[in-house]
Design a protein around this ligand. Sequence first.
Ligand code: F6R
Length: 257
Amino acid sequence: MLQIFPDAFSIADYVSGTLIEKIASKPDAVLGLATGGTMEPVYARFVEKARRLDLDVSRLTSFNLDEYVGLSADHPKSYAAYMRQHLFQHLAFDSSRLHLPDGLAPDLQQHSREYSARVQQCGGIELQLLGVGGNGHIGFNEPGTPFESPCHVVELSERTRRDNSRFFEDNATVPASAVTMGMYEIMMAREVVLVATGESKAEIVARWYESDVTEAIPFTILKRHARAKILIDEAAASLLPERVRQSLLAAPAPVAA
Ligand code: F6R
């Protein structure tokens, strides 16, 4: 399930190709989307290819993984704003089919239950994109999150707030909590593609490789998913045992659409 690519661009090329193939064969697919620095090149490449192919995205449904509590969809640092900036504004999506948790919902617990129910009503996620936190979180399911948890409100760890402070003015302005799809919805996705790029992910990728499935490293659960891929670049692979790196690097490069 682990594949090494030369760099973030070649992963973006591959993942955008996977998305294009999925949408071309099923224009009303339900996609699970992620935000963060890792996904920026993926969406940029996808937009480029979708425009060139005149891909119809109007029947797609999407569910984003997470949103910060306390930020409105208009807030420039919200994940809603991120999605508009990097993906939604560039193609002819039907905005009524694009879902993100509402960080301003008056009753966040109730909202989490409704978000989870909405995913199920739409038939569940067919293809879930994931990045991974430096501490192994997926969505904002921080280390220690029970594997069966559905969509919920989470207090962000110090590590996550520090890592994400690069998107804010300083650490103090990073929201303390978020609504996130749970491990349950992620594992129910029919197919999962996790991307990890850059040196800052090398340590957690090596821990993932060495570790059994454990709630202490949330993305180890993907070892139990029948159709999950972990795509990493050489920088993120740099702390894997040498023999593993060599054998994966020698594998034929996956072909991008
Ligand atoms: C974002 C998300 C997070 C990020 C992770 C990595 O929607 O769910 O799990 O994927 O924090 O973030 P970057 O890509 O910024 O390193």
